[in-house]
Design a protein around this ligand. Sequence first.
Ligand SMILES: C[S@@+](CC[C@H](N)C(=O)[O-])C[C@H]1O[C@@H](n2cnc3c(N)ncnc32)[C@H](O)[C@@H]1O
Length: 198
Amino acid sequence: MLLNRFEKAMMNNPVRAGIQRHFEARTLTRLGGRAAGRRCLELGCGRGVGTEIILDHFGAASVDAFDLDPHMVALARRRLASRGTRVRVWQGSATDIAADSGSYGAVFDFGIVHHIPDWRRALAEAHRVLEPGGRLYLEEVLAKFILHPVWRRLLEHPLHDRFSGPQLTRALEDAGFVIRGSEELVGWFAFVVADKPR
Ligand SMILES: C[S@@+](CC[C@H](N)C(=O)[O-])C[C@H]1O[C@@H](n2cnc3c(N)ncnc32)[C@H](O)[C@@H]1O
């Protein structure tokens, strides 16, 4: 599901970029380490800040990235143009990833899976495109936030079948992942790092 105008403004600004760089990236690194030298994929890359973080902070060799929203893809392409052949950006859906099975050493999700009606399919796709031993890094938004009356009025999310932290980790295990580390922030946000076993 695409973002409404209010959420787009919440995502595409320097404060969001700062939180992503200085808090979310550090939390995920604490749980799962870096992805140095790895070929990485970012689901729902938005305007491309996550891809910069995956290159500069996580140390990826290259990043493929996609987003459902063609406007976000255009912003990301412009932002990442100077990164040359280390970055490739396209328009697509996390429920049907345009990549061969076992293509990536790490997959990143900065807050997109909760926007997908069939979010379990996105987890299955992330598992498929990871190589054995590959790692999934997730920063996710939980049902308690999505269903909060204030956020429900301001933002637009699928409302059916949203997840709590334990439901998210259980679904990851059902998809074949082994949880490496997880934590929650005020019951609204979850950080999870999970591995595809060798
Ligand atoms: C809350 S924004 C997060 C954007 C970016 N990752 C960030 O952290 O700033 C969610 C993003 O997911 C994208 N999105 C929604 N459904 C998607 C899907 N099925 N496949 C890929 N991207 C999707 C939206 O267009 C939006 O850019």
